[in-house]
Design a protein around this ligand. Structure first.
Ligand code: UTP
Length: 286
């Protein structure tokens, strides 16, 4: 398999679960400590060997392209007032990777958002990182998925086991063990009722996909929730190519809903070198 150096970050969802804040602020721009959510995702991609990143956005999300641009006036002012640390931080955010943008003109689902990346990706394998799923791990989760895809020479998806009553919020997969933490995918279904779940393993927001996925997404009809679902595209891909799933090492936070966002905020703060000790004491004092 050709080395994976491109990634797509779909970030064109409406973020309705985080309203009213996301009426004007993209959910990907909400801060986890001192950085917006999407910066953690871009840093993970860069740490996984990704050089070029396409963010799929929409007309409400221009704060993202502004954030990953230079801001010379502000940098100069910070420099002059002895705040070099901040000047460096805002410049670094713009230099993590080569970032490109494409708009999803209609919110037609994750599968449709990925399909918008077809011309950018061309005929090579690529990574997908969902714009609101933040990971904490020793080895970057995207690297774990890319390594499995390269090793098995096929598409790879991230997975984690869930309790049966939680699986309806995700896609479930039928799997058989292949190697340490790697499974062969036999079937997939999107947002199953608990009794329809294929196993307690759910797809999480990291993928390494072959370009074959674009043929599958091209004319795919809308599925669950009236949206074009990536899982339906993967199901079609599975009828043509093998797919593996990786029960990755690490923890995933869905910052696209209030509980996930709070969990991420608290746990990232507790782990933070500058604020961790103070925050732990503060929580104990409550
Ligand atoms: P989600 O379902 O988590 O995001 O989509 P959402 O649609 O913004 O969420 P709610 O339900 O309204 O709160 C999973 C990923 O797919 C992207 C989202 O931005 C997120 O990264 N997505 C979803 C798109 O890019 N386009 C779409 O049409 C739908």
């Amino acid at each position: 398999m050709k080395k994976i150096t491109k990634a797509v970050i779909p970030a064109a969802g409406l973020g309705t679960r985080m309203l009213p804040a996301t009426k004007t602020i993209p959910k990907e721009m909400l801060p986890l400590l001192d950085k917006p959510v999407i910066q953690y995702i871009i840093e993970e991609a860069a740490a996984s060997g990704i050089e070029d990143i396409l963010i799929v956005t929409n007309r409400q999300k221009s704060a993202m392209d502004d954030y990953f641009d230079y801001f010379p006036e502000l940098e100069e002012r910070l420099g002059k007032s002895g705040k070099e640390e901040y000047a460096k931080a805002i410049r670094n955010a713009a230099d993590i990777a080569n970032i490109f943008y494409v708009r999803q003109k209609e919110t037609r689902g994750l599968g449709h958002a990925i399909w918008r990346a077809k011309r950018f990706i061309g005929d090579e394998p690529f990574a997908v990182l969902l714009g609101d799923d933040v990971m904490h791990s020793t080895v970057p989760v995207t690297k774990q998925i890319i390594d499995a895809a390269e090793r098995c020479d096929c598409s790879a998806i991230a997975t984690k086991p869930f309790r049966p009553e939680q699986i309806s919020a995700y896609s479930s997969i039928k799997i058989t063990p292949l190697a340490d933490r790697i499974f062969s995918v036999e079937n997939l279904n999107e947002k199953p009722l608990p009794e329809q779940a294929l196993s307690n393993y759910a797809i999480m927001g990291r993928y390494a996909l072959t370009p074959g996925i674009f043929r599958c997404l091209e004319n795919l009809p809308a599925g669950a929730g009236g949206e074009v679902q990536l899982t339906d595209g993967l199901k079609m891909l599975l009828s043509m190519e093998k797919i593996v799933a990786v029960d990755f090492e690490g923890k995933r936070y869905d910052t696209g809903n209030q509980r996930g966002f709070l969990e991420a905020t608290v746990e990232f703060a507790l782990r933070d070198a500058k604020y961790g000790a103070w925050f732990r004491d503060y929580l104990k004092s409550l």
